[in-house]
Design a protein around this ligand. Structure first.
Ligand SMILES: Nc1ncnc2c1ncn2[C@@H]1O[C@H](COP(=O)(O)OP(=O)(O)OP(=O)(O)O)[C@@H](O)[C@H]1O
Ligand SMILES: [Mg+2]
Length: 560
């Protein structure tokens, strides 16, 4: 049916060409007054005989034809996916930003498409100019374009709906196939006027996926569902009046898979990753600029948020030396402060504040259209400012913890291709008794030479787990001992203190007695003295004779 249609169209086409020649001759011989009405009738005749509409989509557009048309790209992807199976002659193209070779129909090839029962035809064409010119731009002479042909009665539905459908699908395919990028922010000093972007990028090729991520399967599924739901919720976010963004906080000890999960997220959603190093950002203004410079469909990552920023929002570092010394002792014990201090020393001129970061997350951030995910990671969630991680900023908090038995099974599958083994039970028991990060489990499971089989690797893991358990026991014992020693020391100190206090009290009492004796004016030789003479303070009477006191405080008269 389509073939006969095409034949008919070809015939009609040549008839029209004949008509045009006739019209050109006619124009030469007849005055212009006759030309207008005759032309109108001729057009009516043409449209009566030839009811098809053409739309062309040139590869280059713009005033000078230098700008590559996005529509052309999208149509190319769309046709590649939907219609190239019909084409017999194909052309392999490496399209910019694509991970794979894209097959397109060759020039002058035609393919059919169908939309809501309407038949359409696409053809790839090329205009080759006859001009003998040398051009720097090859496209000046070769003008490629796609041509869409359809019946004029479908005009509305094609122009209103079908074209949008093609462009949307084409764009979605190019997002799926594009080469994704990992961006890192440039140090502000190394930025130059000629380098417009604040980010440098490399191809993002991290192999992690949620399949290879070792964690509790239910929790994993929940995260995957959450991400997919987010990526499909454009209309929903618009409806509820919320910016299309979502924040994730990943926390847990080192080596539990936080960075791996970010890579898995990017691979799942086919997003770019922007790895934001806060400590190289000069100030809040620069932070905002960096954000504006990110593209849609991206994950913005700030790793180790607790170390990147003074979370109290005060970055004043001119503290008293004494105060510093006082704190030193505490900081040595506190790994966050220790790490933060190191970072601060390295980046003395970073002025990003907590409020700057909060604005980054919800202020301007909301104004940027397009889907974006922001991920913070930290080893110490409890140290973070609650304002930073409240829902709405960090919508989902995900804890990555020590390796569970379920997580171990994923690692065994990844590293050894083993789904079950006699030694699994032993590993499961040991994992319950001791804490080991997935990174350590993975390291033990990885065959160290080509000859190592699953059993050897599992045995190595069991040995490592037993050692870890023993180490933990020793450590606990040591801690217990230290605690007991500390307690004993404290008790001893307390006792000594009490004793000292007692002694002091006694001493005080005896000196008080001395004073009283003195004030009672007792002489060793037993003679009563006149207390007015205080210099005879040591005078104490042993004879037991009553003493004569002039003073009114004689009530305490003590005999020794
Ligand atoms: N849950 C996991 N699943 C699979 N592999 C893991 C997992 N956790 C850790 N690994 C392995 O351990 C290595 C280190 O993990 P990763 O870098 O993701 O840890 P992290 O939590 O980001 O640590 P840090 O807090 O130090 O940044 C990874 O290369 C990965 O191979
Ligand atoms: Mg990490």
């Amino acid at each position: 049916m389509i073939t006969s249609m095409v034949e008919m169209m070809t015939q009609v086409g040549s008839a029209i060409a004949g008509l045009m020649v006739a019209y050109a001759m006619f124009k030469n011989y007849f005055p212009d007054e006759f030309g207008g009405p005759i032309m109108r009738y001729a057009q009516k005749l043409v449209s009566f005989l030839y009811p098809y509409v053409h739309i062309t989509f040139p590869e280059y557009q713009g005033d000078h034809g230098f700008e590559r048309s996005k529509a052309f790209d999208a149509i190319q992807r769309y046709l590649n996916k939907n219609s190239t199976k019909q084409a017999k002659r194909l052309q392999a193209n490496v399209v910019r930003d694509s991970e794979a070779i894209v097959l397109c129909m060759a020039d002058h090839e035609e393919v059919d498409d169908e939309y809501q029962g309407i038949k359409l035809r696409w053809s790839a064409n090329q205009n080759i100019s006859n001009r003998q010119s040398i051009s720097f731009f090859p496209r000046e002479d070769e003008k490629k374009y796609f041509k869409l042909t359809f019946h004029r009665r479908h005009r509305d539905i094609i122009t209103d709906e079908y074209l949008k459908h093609v462009l949307d699908e084409g764009k979605a395919i190019s997002v799926q196939e594009r080469q994704r990028k990992l961006y890192t922010n440039n140090k502000s000093e190394s930025m130059h006027w000629y380098r417009r972007s604040m980010w440098s990028h490399v191809a993002f090729e991290h192999p992690a996926t949620f399949d290879t991520l070792a964690m509790d399967p239910d929790k994993k599924q929940e995260i995957v569902n959450d991400l997919i739901n987010f990526s499909k919720s454009k209309d929903y976010y618009a409806k509820i009046g919320k910016a299309w963004k979502r924040g994730y906080l990943l926390f847990g000890p080192p080596g539990t898979g936080k960075s791996t999960m970010i890579a898995a997220m990017a691979n799942l959603l086919k997003y770019d990753v922007y790895d934001l190093e806060l400590t190289t950002v000069k100030d809040n203004t620069e932070l905002r600029k960096l954000l504006i410079d990110t593209s849609s469909k991206s994950i913005i990552v700030i790793e180790d948020i607790d170390c990147s920023l003074d979370l109290t929002g005060q970055r004043e570092k001119k503290k008293d030396k004494e105060e510093d010394d006082d704190k030193k002792k505490d900081e040595e014990k506190d790994p966050v402060k220790e790490k933060m201090k190191k970072m601060e020393q390295e980046n003395k001129n970073s002025q990003v504040t907590l409020s700057g970061l909060l604005n980054f997350i919800d202020g301007l951030w909301s104004a940027c259209g397009g889907e974006r995910i922001i991920v913070f990671t930290t080893n110490y969630v409890e140290k973070l400012d609650p304002a930073l991680i409240r829902r709405g900023r960090m919508d989902k908090h995900i804890e990555l913890s020590y390796c569970s038995f379920e997580a171990f099974k994923v690692l065994a599958k990844n590293y050894l291709d083993v789904y079950s083994h006699d030694l699994f039970a032993e590993v499961g028991r040991l994992l319950e008794e001791t804490s080991m990060t997935p990174a350590d489990v993975a390291e033990n499971l990885m065959p160290k030479s080509s000859g190592e089989d699953a059993k050897t690797c599992l045995m190595r893991l069991i040995k490592a787990l037993e050692e870890a358990k023993e180490e933990a026991r020793r450590k606990a014992e040591e801690e217990e001992k230290q605690k007991a020693e500390k307690l004993a020391k404290e008790e001893e100190e307390e006792r000594e203190k009490l004793e000292k206090e007692k002694e002091k009290e006694n001493g005080l009492q005896s000196s008080e007695n001395g004073n009283q004796n003195l004030s009672n004016g007792v002489k060793e030789n037993g003679e009563a003295t006149n207390v007015e003479n205080t210099e005879n303070a040591n005078g104490a009477k042993e004879s037991g004779e009553p003493i004569k006191v002039n003073d009114t405080e004689d009530a305490n008269g003590v005999k020794t």
